[in-house]
Design a protein around this ligand. Structure first.
Ligand code: GDG
Length: 505
């Protein structure tokens, strides 16, 4: 595989220490990186790593830098393993940092998490205002839970300095609470999902409060320049912040927030290692034997079951492929991993039913006695299995209707150690900006999407290898992402963030 030269864990520790000295790193997110669950045997505790882009991205970083990660203790055995201060060291097999758990009751989960976060902010930020549900009690609880997260930050930073790094849309109000009590702390927030244009965001009844909450940070990070610009325009229009469009800052009530884009990435080495460890060649061969028709090809998809991921559009595309190009029947099989997600929300339940129905229809229409066109795996696979699946595939399809980045696309590219797999990538996923050697598709146009899929299946091994290598050469490591953020954040903190005029000279 193309050698990817980038920064590593040691560079992150150095970047962090240069920026923040001995200050403690405090990461705050809704989802925890490790969940403890009761096993089947009495007293047995199992450790689960929830599937999701955010936790997969940040855990390796916390393991390098150390510090404390504050998150909702969502596992049923979580409370049994923490100490009196609700802390537990993780990873369990090699304690590297502290996980501080915060407890949510059923109302919190229903209103703050499933309500305001996932039935208001999530659809809105994915450009789907028609899917939002506005309820006063959701907002009330969102505020209250955000304040509790902020209180935990204040507690963990007592008696010293800290760099507080807040994650994602669940915690938009946390920074303002922290700043009101500890203006000396350095605050940054990374928003993993898109930020929509002001014409969409302004439907938010609490738009001004959310903007003020986020502008309390010293640094706001987004995946793409377009999200950054949308946010700055919202700051101008909705709360009258003063915007410097060259330096990308928003100033409100004498506080300046720097707004930047930092496209997130993955821990490249860990995926390459999982795809190539001893026994992997046999595992790849077994997987192809199981699913792939003899001398045929294997396609894969890996998504949380979420309406932003374009699963029905992907399945319609497969339907068109088998209808328009029947030579692919019994020659191409598709395996879709669809990890159940937010199953208590109606829109997700409807999506799951729709996906089940579409899979059934395509299989019914095009399947033959010895061959099933689509296999839907509705469960989370262990990370090593995922790397083998990526490596075994001839194509991977990412069909997001809107996606902040999409880590699956990047993971697939790095696992191509045999230089075989071609990536079909939605133009509407943030990853499309970097992965220019994927075949880019418009999921709203399934006929053309099917034509591009056919073209992908027809590519020669040489052309596939060229595309793989070119995409791999574009990829940066998660550590570069982290170091970029710490370097920028550190310069802001030290007052040395250059303005663009100085940078140019
Ligand atoms: C949000 C933004 C942004 C999936 N299935 C399994 C599994 N996964 C892991 C993948 C990947 C992660 O989940 C999914 O990440 P994505 O980036 O694709 O999507 P979101 O969860 O929506 O993440 C997204 C991301 O945050 C980071 O900023 O890219 O735009 O929406 O890492 O590997 N992992 C395992 N088994 C599975 O079955 N082990």
């Amino acid at each position: 595989m193309t050698e990817i030269i980038g920064r590593g864990p040691d560079d992150i520790v150095r970047s962090y220490r240069e920026a923040f000295g001995d200050d403690r790193l405090i990461v705050v997110s809704n989802r925890e990186p490790y969940e403890h669950r009761w096993g089947e045997d009495v007293g047995e505790v199992l450790v689960k790593r929830p599937a999701g882009g955010l936790t997969s991205a940040l855990d390796p970083l916390m393991q390098s830098v150390g510090g404390v990660w504050i998150a909702w203790g969502s596992g049923d055995a979580d409370a049994a393993v923490v100490n009196q201060e609700d802390r537990v060291m993780v990873p369990p097999e090699d304690a590297r940092y502290t996980l501080r758990r915060l407890w949510l009751d059923q109302h919190d989960v229903n209103r703050y998490y499933l309500g305001y976060s996932n039935q208001f902010l999530w659809p809105l930020c994915h450009y789907r205002p028609a899917l939002t549900r506005v309820r006063a009690r959701y907002w009330e609880r969102y505020r209250r839970v955000n304040r509790r997260f902020a209180d935990a930050v204040l507690d963990e930073s007592r008696g010293g300095g800290a760099a507080v790094w807040i994650q994602d849309y669940h915690l938009a109000l946390a920074a303002a609470h922290v700043r009101s009590k500890r203006p000396d702390l350095s605050l940054a927030h990374f928003w993993h999902i898109p930020w929509p244009p002001v014409e969409i965001f302004e439907v938010t009844p609490q738009a001004g409060k959310l903007m003020r909450g986020l502008l309390a940070n010293d640094l706001m990070g987004f995946q793409l320049p377009s999200h950054r610009n949308n946010f700055l325009r919202c700051a101008l229009t909705l709360v009258g912040a003063e915007i410097d469009w060259e330096r990308h800052t928003a100033t409100l009530d004498d506080h300046t927030c720097h707004v930047r884009d930092f496209p997130i990435s993955i821990d490249i080495d860990s995926f390459v290692e999982a795809a190539t460890r001893p026994g992997s060649d046999e595992a790849v061969a077994r997987l192809r034997d199981r699913y792939c028709p003899k001398d045929g090809q294997l396609g894969i998809g890996v998504d949380r079951m979420d309406y932003s991921k374009g699963l029905p559009e992907k399945l319609k595309t497969l339907d068109f492929l088998f209808e328009r190009y029947p030579e692919y029947r019994e020659r191409f099989t598709f395996v879709q991993v669809g990890v159940p997600s937010r199953t208590d929300i109606e829109a997700y339940d409807e999506l799951t039913q729709k996906v089940d129905r579409l899979v059934w229809e395509v299989n019914d229409r095009h399947g033959t006695p010895g061959w099933q066109p689509i296999h839907l795996i509705k469960q989370s696979l262990p990370a090593e299995r995922l790397a083998i699946l990526y490596r075994a595939a001839d194509v991977c399809i990412v069909a997001s209707l809107r996606d902040g980045m999409n880590l699956v696309a990047k993971e697939f590219v790095v696992c191509q150690t045999d230089e075989r797999g071609v990536l079909l990538l939605s133009r509407f996923a943030g990853a499309a900006r970097e992965l220019g050697h994927s075949l880019q598709v418009n999921p709203y146009d399934p006929e053309d999407f099917a034509r591009i899929l056919r073209d992908a299946l027809a590519l020669s091994p040489e052309r596939r290898a060229e595309l793989v290598r070119a995409n791999q050469a574009e990829l940066r490591n998660i550590y570069d992402w982290m170091a970029d953020i710490f370097d920028t954040w550190g310069r802001i903190r030290n007052g040395s963030e250059l303005d663009p005029v100085e940078e140019l000279s």
